[in-house]
Design a protein around this ligand. Structure first.
Ligand code: BV8
Ligand code: ZN
Length: 296
């Protein structure tokens, strides 16, 4: 049995796109890499010599909320200074029914399921909105939550808060840490007293970032399962496909007879069984494959 080789033929891919009825995209950190947001794998996976994934847990927050809030302060500041890239924009354009009709005329539905919490896909949708053309607001599903959502740990009151810093103490701790690094001092963790961490505007209790941590269930899962069930084409963009349940969506689409196209700078889990593999930066390969780049 010859080994299956995923195709990288754009014409073949566009023919599949042309016939697809229910399209989903499963995106990960690689989608935002070209915008300067560190990924979880490789160098980006470490913050102050700590493993990012170990900080994204309720246990880490219970043990040291000051440390975890400083980690998310760092991620907020990075996201605030980043701009959506050409891959975000291409996916935002696919969310515009009139644009999609020219690329995928048989498509009835399109959903962008992102594991990213940086808000760059939302900003891209806003950037491509004109008086004539508006992305379908229900197309974007941020399955792991949003960095700029701030949720009360007691009454669950949630606000979308882009302030920088989110509270004085986080700004001070950040500056103090930079001064230490600049002075060549060994990195020390600055511990912010609990009463100085971000508080709930309703009940004044401690708040937490509005993201889904490891071991926590995914509120959108019932809706996501339905979309995965009906999808006949899944684009897998910039993800290592190691975190569940997102990592099994593409496989489920293929199990149901649908097609899978992977966009990644390198081989990742599931690439070998995909129908298409476009290797390279998705900020280049995705607009090209969709015929949205200037060579189109
Ligand atoms: C849950 C938010 C119910 C917070 C995140 C079954 C088996 C084993 C384990 C489990 C299982 N079911 C559940 C689990 C446990 C766990 C899990 O999957 N663990 C893994 C580590 C094995 N899952 C959960 O806990 C989920 N909850 O299932 O609840 C439950 C609970 C317990 C047990 C059973 C059931 C919740 C998971 C969500 C956690 N929150 N984020 C935050 O961001 O701080 S996950 C976070 O990490 C991201 O959101 C993302 O999902 C993941 C990182 O993966 P990627 O985004 O793919 O990033 P990565 O760096 O890994 O890869 C980047 C890729 O891009 C690379 O391939 C690279 O080559 C490529 N790339 C780079 N540059 C480019 C590029 N590609 C294209 N262009 C470029 N320019
Ligand atoms: Zn509260």
């Amino acid at each position: 049995m010859p080994r299956h080789i995923p195709s990288n033929n754009i014409q073949e891919f566009r023919a599949i796109l042309h016939a697809a009825k229910h399209i989903i995209v499963v995106a990960g950190a690689g989608l935002s890499a070209a915008s300067g947001i560190p990924t979880f794998r490789g160098a980006g996976g470490m913050w102050r010599s700590l493993d990012a994934m170990s900080l994204a847990t309720p246990e880490a927050f219970a043990k040291d909320p000051s440390l975890v809030w400083q980690f998310y302060h760092y991620r907020r500041e990075k996201a605030l200074r980043a701009e959506p890239n050409a891959a975000h924009v291409a996916l935002a354009k696919l969310s515009i029914p009139s644009v999609r009709a020219s690329i995928a005329p048989s498509s009835k539905t399109f959903h962008l399921i992102t594991q990213n919490v940086d808000g760059l896909s939302t900003r891209a949708a806003r950037a491509v909105t004109t008086a004539q053309e508006t992305p379908d607001a229900s197309a974007l599903l941020e399955m792991h939550g949003r960095l700029f959502d701030v949720r009360c740990t007691k009454c669950s009151h949630t606000t979308l808060d882009f302030s920088s810093p989110l509270c004085q103490a986080l700004g001070d701790a950040d500056r103090a840490h930079e001064d230490e690094v600049a002075a060549g001092k060994k990195e020390t963790q600055i511990s912010i007293p609990l009463e100085d961490l971000p508080k709930c505007s309703v009940c004044n209790s401690l708040t937490r970032p509005g993201v889904v941590w490891f071991g926590e269930s995914i509120p959108l899962l019932p809706q996501l399962d339905k979309l995965v069930e009906q999808a006949d084409l899944c684009l897998v963009v910039g993800t290592s496909s190691l975190v569940q349940p997102a990592a099994s969506f593409a496989w489920q689409v293929q199990e149901n007879g649908g097609r899978v196209a992977v966009f990644n700078v390198e081989d990742s889990l599931g690439t070998d069984t995909a129908d298409f593999f476009f290797q390279g930066g998705c900020e280049i390969e995705l607009p090209r494959a969709l015929g949205m780049d200037d060579t189109a």
